[in-house]
Design a protein around this ligand. Structure first.
Ligand code: ADP
Ligand code: MG
Length: 236
């Protein structure tokens, strides 16, 4: 097996932060429970992608993380599989609101994340729902009332539902900003800030992005606490 340093060099992983754990270079050493590993095997995946290998142990230590890696590098499972572990640890009642909140820029991306969450948590009794615009609110509100451990949402629709006081985020302790660069490009910063104001300060925050421009750095500096930063490849 490669040393952590050799694995990072080979996969162009750079890390900054305190006491960054070694990457997990195989599913066997990932520490995920067998029901999750079975789903990974069913999907036909042979090894973690580099962003997963480095993000998982950081996320499982409950640290804040900024992960910068290009599209298609496997970022979704980079935050979803640790989210399943977080849910087991917290053991909250979903009727009291979600514990995991994932913000995503578009309906299409939010739906893909939801599909992946459902697929990989099949045997874990995790309830997951998706909130996005351009569709009636009724069914989404019903899903919230039924109880969702994980809510995947676009900032616009979640903000609408918050203003209606039909969801509470007081139980959220694992907050993901996925495709942060795109959400800011689309002008969602005000909605994101309103949403985050409803989430307790005592939480874990994970930001995933393909690029690292100054707007993303600024919101990361505001919303994350002492994050570990992981870059894959050359990022400007
Ligand atoms: P990103 O969010 O970085 O653009 P995705 O999370 O959408 O990337 O993943 C891209 C594709 O790679 C998806 O089809 C996903 O199922 C697949 N994938 C994720 N993890 C692995 C893995 N460890 N091995 C092989 N394929 C994977
Ligand atoms: Mg993605």
């Amino acid at each position: 097996a490669l040393s952590p340093e050799a694995y990072r060099r080979r996969h162009e992983i750079t890390v900054t932060g305190d006491n960054v754990p070694a990457p997990v270079t195989s599913f066997a050493s990932s520490g995920f429970p067998s029901e999750i590993l079975r789903e990974v095997q069913n999907a036909g995946f042979s090894a973690p992608t580099p962003i997963q290998a480095q993000s998982w142990p950081i996320a499982l230590q409950s640290k804040d993380i900024v992960a910068i890696a290009k599209t298609g590098s496997g970022k979704t499972l980079g935050y979803l599989l640790p989210a399943f572990i977080h849910l087991k640890r917290t053991n909250n009642n979903a009727k009291m609101g979600p514990t995991v909140l994932v913000l995503s820029p578009t309906r299409e991306l939010a739906t893909q994340i939801q599909d992946e969450a459902v697929k990989f948590s099949k045997t874990s009794r995790i309830a997951c729902t998706c909130l996005y615009g351009g569709a009636p609110k009724g069914p989404q509100l019903r899903d919230i009332d039924r109880g969702a451990d994980i809510v995947v949402a676009t900032p616009g629709r979640l903000n609408d539902i918050l203003e209606m006081r039909r969801i509470t985020l007081h139980q959220v302790s694992y907050l993901v900003l996925d495709e942060a660069d795109r959400m800011l490009d689309m002008g969602f910063e005000p909605q994101i800030r309103k949403i985050v104001n409803e989430v307790p300060a005592r939480r874990q925050t994970l930001m995933f992005t393909a690029t690292w421009p100054k707007e993303v750095r600024r919101i990361a500096a505001d919303l994350l606490v002492n994050p570990v930063q992981v870059n894959i490849g050359n990022v400007d």
